[in-house]
Design a protein around this ligand. Sequence first.
Ligand SMILES: C[S@@+](CC[C@H](N)C(=O)[O-])C[C@H]1O[C@@H](n2cnc3c(N)ncnc32)[C@H](O)[C@@H]1O
Length: 229
Amino acid sequence: MQKKNIIFLILIIGCIQPFSVSPKTNRIIFFLQNLFKIKSGQVGSVTPSSNQTGKAMSYYVANHNGGPKNILEVGAGPGSGITEDIVANMEPQDRLTLVEVNPEFVTILHEKYDHHANISIVQADILTFNPDQKFDYIISTLPLTIFPKAFISQYFEHIQELSQPKGIVSYIQYIGFPRIRMFIDAILRKTALKEKMQLIEHFKSKWLLESKKVLFNFPPTWVHHLQMA
Ligand SMILES: C[S@@+](CC[C@H](N)C(=O)[O-])C[C@H]1O[C@@H](n2cnc3c(N)ncnc32)[C@H](O)[C@@H]1O
């Protein structure tokens, strides 16, 4: 396939995806809000994660053995294929906490999930979220490379504190995004991204269990699963 056809196909998928994975209005709101917020460095993606990403992210939740599980989703947005997949793999005695910083997304999360007694919704920056419980599974879609270096270090340290010993932490890393950003940084004479990538790699290599590539996502993404000691 020619290069321009591949780019066209990616654009089509990107346009269709927001309208095909959860209730239509939420997706339109998500899509429009992200178009404006991507520049502020808070959202980092213009479409919600796909159902395929959801399955890859909640793989360990779905294959849980043992007693009730306590799950945390970080940066839940307005609820995506990931949240849907986690909920689909919950038993009545399991608990899920959704942490999201954006109040508009939190309103949508309340509309969608308030009728589930075992789902809690918290509007907070994850770094200020200090519950009196630890989690067996932490699933995060924070686009780490768009945050400052100091945030990235604090984030991994905080996530380790929130995790049960041997808990599983799953997160995404968009494929190609860093390269595009590095190219822009090079034009702007910034070197920050390379250092951030090295920092993320440092934490990842400490605890990496396995990585899976998800191509049917916009943008395509790696899903990394870590096991923090
Ligand atoms: C790439 S979007 C992912 C949204 C959704 N989980 C999905 O997969 O489609 C990242 C989300 O993280 C949220 N977010 C950004 N910084 C955050 C922070 N410090 N604490 C909690 N949530 C944050 C954003 O508002 C956004 O909804």
